[in-house]
Design a protein around this ligand. Sequence first.
Ligand SMILES: O=c1ccn([C@H]2C[C@H](O)[C@@H](COP(=O)(O)OP(=O)(O)OP(=O)(O)O)O2)c(=O)[nH]1
Ligand SMILES: [Mg+2]
Length: 151
Amino acid sequence: MNKTTIALKVLDARMAEQLPAYATEGSAGLDLRACLDSAVSLAPGQTVLIPTGLAIHIGDASLAAIILPRSGLGHKHGIVLGNLVGLIDSDYQGQLMVSCWNRGQQPFTIEPMERIAQLVIVPVVQARFELVEDFANSARGTGGFGSTGRT
Ligand SMILES: O=c1ccn([C@H]2C[C@H](O)[C@@H](COP(=O)(O)OP(=O)(O)OP(=O)(O)O)O2)c(=O)[nH]1
Ligand SMILES: [Mg+2]
């Protein structure tokens, strides 16, 4: 069973008509829409914080949500996220906001209610730290940053 229930508030009445929904049975992401009164033009290199008109309260520390770009917008139009990935804490109750960054060379216009990003609910493990002087040996040890070569 991979289903859960999350409290959702509609902060802008227009969003009630278009609540986030999985497009297919196998979808991982729920598209988020730009809750705008008028179109917003993003110049190349510009970043704008776009409201979604929605708030969620996950309310379970073993879950979080991440905001990811939509592939088509990112690949074809250079519209990705100013924070690269958005992380929604389980105790956050404010409006879901999407930082839209035009990393492309052309201006891009975000239309009101356009789908601009996607929300994925993910499991989270919170760690407690146990201080140690030495680690048990591992195969990798301290090697990183290409230590295993390129091919
Ligand atoms: O793309 C995003 C990223 C974050 N948030 C909200 C939910 C998240 O729980 C909160 C804080 O995010 P984060 O911890 O990443 O930002 P911060 O800069 O560390 O802010 P804070 O000091 O409030 O933790 O902002 C969004 O609405 N959209
Ligand atoms: Mg933070």
